[in-house]
Design a protein around this ligand. Structure first.
Ligand code: FAD
Length: 404
């Protein structure tokens, strides 16, 4: 069995290894000068390559059945076993799994070593000009042509394009008649229209972000928020960003609400402020908020409710405490854009999974054509889920493609 894998990323290399282990003669065609470039930047260079808390609701896009159909064939435990066999000693932090060396390059290296050992032919700088499909597949490139009984498309999406995934996989999928659900950036920073923001840039604080589309809450997450000159960032913002990107693409109204003290109810915070004002009545408002919020954030919150930083706490009317509590718990801003594909970690959207068999990842439209990885309309939340999708779908496509 001859298999051509287009794309030498996380999913393509896993597909190649799996198929080669089953005896297939595998060629990986990569258009960049090296394989697996994106893996190097994962997890801030440490590669969070899976997560012990795995379930279908950590993924979006495709139906839960499609996702579990794939994950059940290659779970997080299989991932741990797979990489252990390749030589990665893993370590865990809050469910997230990293290589013990905390070097993403180690994950890429062991995949490369294994491909070499199995005799996978890795061809880099291959620019695909055409793919013909008659009895078998013939892939024409700048260097010649490669034929395979089976073809696996594993080209990624178009996030972080400098790492190689430039969206050309969508073009190849469309050429085979597949529908591509419009990709948008996900796990990405959000741009907000808020005049207060330049002054507060650089602040990091715990909080909760809730995203509203046309006035309805659609997603929420809690953790470390980062306020920047253009808007908001941090893991909780990444987690809700795909919903913002999808809604913005449809020209819907999006705003975010930040809660800087999510453990307080509105009433509790109001009374807390009143009581604190009794004990600390002599303080200016800026001094009053010291110990609760970073200084820049305190100044921004006071400005938002029209209070001077120099106002004495004892001079604040009850309505101002109420206003301050409101702003602290529900700081709203219109979201105007995302920071785009080049800043995004993944894409939401991709090859419509209704056209792909969830047990084999074979196309329902073209026999012997398979898909793997982010090219499919599946995106995971932060925490090792996107690489797990790449390993799982790589394994499933490689395994079934190699079957006689
Ligand atoms: C900064 C950053 C940090 C991340 N951190 C994490 C993390 O810690 N944990 C996690 O789970 N996920 C993380 N991700 C997401 C994860 O890296 C991706 O989801 C995963 O790499 C997708 O794998 P893939 O094989 O589908 O695509 P890719 O890894 O993008 O690989 C696709 C490959 O195909 C090649 N290619 C594309 N088109 C063609 C073509 N036409 N011809 C030939 N070759 C082609 C590309 O050059 C590339 O090598 C991160 C992403 C980024 C950008």
């Amino acid at each position: 069995m001859k298999i051509v894998v287009v794309g030498g990323g996380a999913s393509g290399m896993t597909a190649a290894i799996t198929a080669a282990k089953k005896g297939a003669k595998v060629t990986v065609l990569e258009h960049r000068d090296r394989v697996g470039k994106k893996i190097l930047s994962t997890g801030n260079g440490r590669c969070n390559f899976t997560n012990l808390h795995m379930s279908a609701d950590c993924f979006r896009g495709a139906s839960p059945e499609f996702i579990t159909g794939v994950l059940s064939q290659f779970s997080e435990e299989d991932t741990l076993r797979f990489f252990e066999e390749l030589g990665i000693l893993a370590k865990e932090k809050n469910g997230c799994i990293y290589p013990y060396s905390e070097q993403a390059s180690a994950v890429l290296d062991v995949l490369r070593f294994q491909m070499e050992q199995l005799g996978v032919a890795v061809r880099t700088e291959e620019q695909i000009s055409n793919i013909f499909c008659k009895e078998n597949f013939v892939v024409k490139t700048n260097h010649g042509s490669y034929d395979g009984d089976r073809l696996i498309l594993a080209c990624g999406g178009q996030a972080a394009r400098s790492t190689g995934s430039d969206g050309s996989g969508y073009v190849l999928a469309k050429a085979f008649g597949h529908n591509v659900i419009r990709p948008v950036p996900a796990l990405v920073q959000l741009c907000a229209k808020d005049l207060m923001f330049p002054g507060v840039a650089g602040v990091r604080c715990d909080g909760q972000v809730t995203l509203y589309v046309d006035g309805e809450p659609v997603a929420s997450d809690r953790g470390e928020l980062q306020l920047t000159e253009y808007g908001i960032s941090g893991i909780p913002v990444f987690q809700v960003s795909r919903f913002a990107a999808k809604a913005l693409a449809l020209k819907r109204q999006v705003f975010a609400s930040l809660n800087f003290l999510p453990d307080f109810s509105e009433q509790r915070l109001y009374y807390y402020f009143l009581q604190r004002a009794v004990n600390q009545s002599w303080k200016t408002m800026e001094q009053f908020l010291t110990g609760i919020f970073p200084k820049k954030l305190a100044v921004m919150l006071l400005k938002k409710v029209g209070l001077s930083v120099m106002t004495k706490a004892e001079a604040c009317p009850a309505s101002s405490w109420k206003g301050l509590a409101d702003v602290v718990l529900d700081y709203r801003m219109p979201i105007t854009d995302t920071k785009g594909f080049d800043s995004a970690q993944v894409c939401a959207g991709g090859v419509d999974t209704r056209e792909v068999d969830e047990h084999t990842l074979e196309s329902r439209l073209v026999k012997n054509l398979y898909f793997a990885g982010e090219l499919l309309d599946v995106d995971g939340i932060c925490g090792g889920y996107n690489l797990q999708w790449a390993w799982s779908s790589g394994y499933v496509s490689g395994f079934h493609a190699a079957e006689e």
